[in-house]
Design a protein around this ligand. Structure first.
Ligand SMILES: [Zn+2]
Ligand SMILES: [Zn+2]
Length: 84
């Protein structure tokens, strides 16, 4: 298995990689921090220029967990971990 590892600062999960400096995206941002269920993608009002002219998509990623009242909205972005 991987020789290098990186720890997610959010959930503490350890990710492994064979290559040093490899970047791994932790999937913990998909899950509700309150109940641990997978959240539903939630798209706020999109404006046409959300998609930048340079082709870079820099939109806010939101997910919602409707199991709570009021629903829990997450602005958590994918956590990128560098394996060292
Ligand atoms: Zn994580
Ligand atoms: Zn929840």
């Amino acid at each position: 298995m991987g020789e290098y590892e990186g720890k997610c600062p959010r959930c503490g999960k350890i990710h492994y990689s064979k290559r040093k400096g490899d970047r791994v995206v932790c999937d913990c941002w998909l899950y509700c921090p309150i109940c641990g269920e997978e959240m539903t993608p939630y798209t706020p009002d999109l404006t046409p220029n959300t998609y930048g002219l340079d082709g870079k998509r820099d939109m806010t990623i939101l997910r919602v967990c409707a199991r709570h009242s009021p629903p829990f909205f997450s602005t958590q972005k994918p956590v990128e971990i560098v394996c060292t």
